[in-house]
Structures are given as C-alpha cells and as structure tokens.
Design a protein around this ligand. Structure first.
Ligand code: ZN
Length: 319
C-alpha cells in the first residue's frame, strides 16, 4: 500500500481535504465549510473536517501524517500558527493539537509557501535553484527560492510583496498603512476597487457595475478586448504595477525564472501582456523566463502541504 499524507488547505470559503501521494497525485478529496473569522474557529472547522474524512471516507493509502496550509504567519519548525490576519494573532500550537486529536504527526505552513514548495518539487521549479513564485489573485504575495532554499524571514513574514509600493505619488491608502502598494492596483480585489473608483469618469463603459458585486478580472478582459476605456485604464494600470513589482523583485533576488500563480494569472492573458512591459536589461539574467504554473490552482496548496510533510519525513519528493 502506498504512503500518503492527509493534506488540508484552509481557504476563506472552504476547507479542502485530500489524500496525496509523494509524487503529488491526489487520490481523493472532499470540500468542507470553512471560516477564517478567528484561528480558534478555523482550527475547530479543520478538526471537524479531518474527523469526518478519516471516519466517513475510504482511505486509499497508508496515511503517514497530516499536513495543513493556512493563511497568515506560521512557524513551521515549531508547528505554531502565529497569526491569521495582520495584527489578529491568537497563536495556536496547531501541529500539537492535531497530533493529540488524531494520533498522527502534523506539519503546517502558509498557503503561498505551500504553493511555492509544490512548484519547487512538483512543478516548473523542479530543476531551477533560483526562482520567484508570484501569486496574483484576490491579493498578491510571493516567495523567493534562492540557492534551492525558501526565504522565510526572521518573523516568518518574507514574501508579502503585495505591499511593495509601485506608485510613490498615489493617494490610495492600503490596509497595511502605506499608500501606492501594488496590491491596490494589480490584485483581483485591487482592480475591482479601481474600477469602482474610476467609473464616474467613464459613463459609457460596457462593464456592468453593481453594488456589492465583484467586477471580475474575466469581465475586465472581455471589456478590454472591446476597447472599453475604463477596462483599459484599470487593466493597463494593473499590468504596469505588476511589471514594476516583477522587475523590483528580480533586482532583489536575481532569479533564473519567475513562475506565476493565482486567479488573475490563470489563463495566461495577463502574463502575455505583462511580459511586453518588462525592461530587457532588467530581465537579462532571467534565462528560464516567465511562466504560469502548470499546477492546478485549486490543488496546488494541498500538494504543497503534502510535499512539506514528505520532506519532513525525510522522503525524496518528485513528480
Ligand atoms: Zn500595503
């Protein structure tokens, strides 16, 4: 019987539980309701989901342990989930709690770190020692892999690159307290907010702007392709901000490749336009280029969590 990890991805609207092999194959999975209102409530939901999965579901392999991707800051070595949102901290010894509840070893990490680990061991990053993983979805975050090592930082907060300022003249205030952060322009939520903010100047837009309803990136692209001026303004601004971020990060970390994930990057449209804005001199050492991840965005964190667990168990992980 093959060895597997019971992998969990805590998202804002759902918890995904799956049984994953060392090559990243997901043998089965199930979705459960989630909450990220607090770490304690989220932990209880995770425990309920795992209990149901272990008791009501047929297991396909020999489960070696549990691996969890959560949002926020995580001390993987100590198994402590430090913080769920910036400033909202209720440190939980999650690995220890799961071990006590299910008698299986448990490893935890942040969801973007998990995605970067999956990329490093199962994705395009497999044979690249130095690369950037950049996630552009509802928000923006990234991870630097340098000389084969993931840069964690002194407080497990490295890679929160959504808060890099790309416009020093901007008056748009970010939740982080600064103005002009890239997330305000280039994330899915940022583009939605920019659309609402600029709409009054573009009364003839084809975009359907309704209260309490997100203007999606896909809607913006459709309008952009129809030469809608509002969509072009918002998307071009996003592309320029994302290009500035990408080039700034290249100057910081000197990668051989930049691999993109997240909802905004999914179908390749954004990247195909983004690369045209990159300065040839800035990117001259990025020899392996700019690519969208080949790993399914819905399961990349599950695979990343399992990858972490197999590494911690001293296994060789490859796809
Ligand atoms: Zn910010």
């Amino acid at each position: 019987m093959q060895e597997t990890i019971l992998s969990i991805d805590l998202g804002g609207t759902k918890i995904l539980v799956g049984e994953v092999t060392r090559t990243g194959e997901i043998l089965s999975s199930k979705k459960y309701p989630s909450t990220v209102a607090s770490q304690r409530l989220a932990t209880e939901k995770i425990k309920e989901a795992v209990k149901d999965y272990l008791t009501e579901h047929t297991l396909h392999g020999q489960v070696l342990g549990i691996a969890i991707c959560v949002v926020g800051r995580v001390d993987t070595e100590k198994g402590i989930w430090i913080e769920i949102h910036p400033g909202l901290s209720e440190a939980i010894a999650l690995s220890k709690e799961m071990m006590a509840a299910f008698s299986l070893p448990c490893w935890i990490t942040n969801d973007v770190t998990g995605a970067a680990l999956a990329e490093k061991h199962l994705g395009i990053g497999r044979n690249i020692a130095d690369f950037l993983y950049l996630n552009i979805g509802t928000g923006i975050a990234g991870r630097v892999i340098s000389e084969g090592q993931l840069i964690k930082g002194g407080s497990f907060n490295a890679g929160e690159v959504g808060h890099m300022v790309v416009d020093i003249h901007s008056e748009d205030v970010c939740a982080c307290g600064r103005t002009g952060c890239v997330e305000l322009f280039a994330s899915g939520l940022g583009m939605h907010n920019q659309t609402l903010k600029l709409a009054k100047d573009y009364p003839n837009t084809v975009l359907a702007i309704q209260k309490n309803q997100r203007v999606t990136f896909q809607e913006l692209i459709v309008a952009y392709e129809k030469e809608d001026e509002l969509a072009k303004k918002v998307v071009n601004q996003a592309l320029q901000a994302a290009a500035a971020l990408t080039m700034n990060l290249i100057r910081v970390s000197d990668p051989k490749a930049v691999i993109f994930g997240g909802g905004v990057m999914n179908d390749g449209w954004f990247l195909s336009h983004l690369v045209t804005l990159l300065n040839p001199k800035t990117i001259r050492f990025v020899e392996k280029g700019f690519k969208v991840t080949t790993l399914d965005p819905n399961t990349i964190a599950l695979k990343g969590a399992a990858t972490l667990a197999f590494i911690k168990k001293g296994e060789q992980v490859n796809g």
